[in-house]
Design a protein around this ligand. Structure first.
Ligand code: NAD
Ligand code: SER
Length: 304
């Protein structure tokens, strides 16, 4: 077992990523070394509201936390419904975590997103390009990347693509259709998709995302460039129609209709693919799951 010098804190631990990251970190460091927290209550997870600056600081100092995975946030679709709350949780919450980390010389992992890109970005998003997101969620992620490189502490992030997983539901993002579709396909044989059939976005299976997170955090900070605020990492890119056809390999009677809503606008403002040579060259990023393999895993695990 790989024991860290202090304890590991995960905020937003009950969400789509936290559910699996906490499991992986507990396997790596031991159960008690990892403090899972969320604003919601559950077994094995304690309450911590990242908006409560004093409580965050008290926990980090009191529990001698030296590594923080800060996952508490509002995602794009929920964020657009309540932009002020999105800004408060995603930016003020992060500032509270940074302040606490400074007190105890803790390192931080803070996820960024493909939502940092805006409509002026090329369809294949480079690592370095002007970041002009249209969603408030995207804007909070740009601020997060800037804080990562300017706050004077060891802080890193990944521009996660849309994440596909089966252990926890997707948390209110634009890419949620790529998770919901599996549940509907297995339960009802039909899905009404909220983006167009030709909508193509960067996606990633959760196993790849968790591995990327742990690999990035294991790398010496002095070997990372300023891109550490938010590395582009690619998994695979596919249209909603291609996803349907891949699912039909397993469920030939599955049908899908397409009824775009407001989330189409957010999807249209994001790139179709991610160019990730910086992550490949700096810390050896290498994705393992393509579309068909993701679908095979999702159907097998949800079908159990
Ligand atoms: P999620 O919505 O599933 O989980 C977020 C968790 O944060 C929830 O359990 C929620 O209860 C908790 N939370 C909300 N407000 C809080 C507060 N004030 N204090 C403490 N906890 C609070 O999100 P996720 O998909 O697990 O995403 C985690 C991080 O990864 C976020 O920063 C998100 O922007 C980023 N990200 C996710 C994806 C994706 O596809 N899932 C893609 C790119 C980036
Ligand atoms: N998957 C996320 C969302 O759709 C992107 O960060 O909001």
């Amino acid at each position: 077992m790989d024991l860290p010098s202090g304890r590991v804190l995960v905020t937003g631990a009950l969400g789509q990523i936290g559910t699996e990251l906490v499991e992986a970190l507990r396997q790596k460091h031991g159960y008690d070394a990892v403090i899972a927290t969320d604003i919601r209550k559950a077994e094995g997870c304690q309450i911590l509201d990242v908006m409560d600056k004093n409580e965050v600081k008290k926990l980090v100092i009191g529990e001698q936390v030296t590594e923080i995975y800060h996952l508490a946030a509002l995602l794009s679709a929920t964020g657009e419904k309540n932009p002020k709350l999105c800004w408060d949780i995603n930016v003020t919450g992060l500032e509270n975590v940074i302040a606490a980390a400074k007190e105890n010389k803790a390192r931080i992992f803070s996820p960024s997103s493909i939502a940092v890109f805006g409509p002026d970005c090329p369809k294949i998003a480079p690592q370095k390009t002007p970041l002009n997101p249209t969603t408030v969620y995207g804007k909070t992620k740009v601020v997060g990347e800037q804080l990562a490189v300017n706050s004077g502490i060891d802080m890193r992030g990944l521009r996660y693509p849309g994440l596909i997983s089966y252990k926890a539901p997707a948390g209110g993002g634009t890419t949620d259709y790529a998770v919901e579709i599996f549940h509907s396909a297995l339960e009802n044989g039909h899905y009404e998709c909220f983006v167009r059939e030709d909508t193509k976005l960067p996606m990633m299976y959760m196993d790849d995302a968790i591995r990327a997170t742990i690999e990035l955090m294991s790398f010496p900070v002095e070997k990372l460039s300023e891109s550490r605020g938010g590395y582009n990492i690619s998994g695979c890119s596919f249209t909603a129609g291609e996803l349907v056809r891949s699912i039909q390999r397993h469920l030939p009677d599955f049908t899908c209709t397409f009824k775009p809503d407001i989330r189409q606008k957010y999807a249209d403002s994001w790139p179709e693919e991610i160019e990730d040579t910086t992550a490949v060259n700096e810390w050896g990023w290498n994705p393992k799951f393509n579309l068909d393999r993701i679908v095979d895993e999702m159907i097998a695990n949800l079908g159990k």
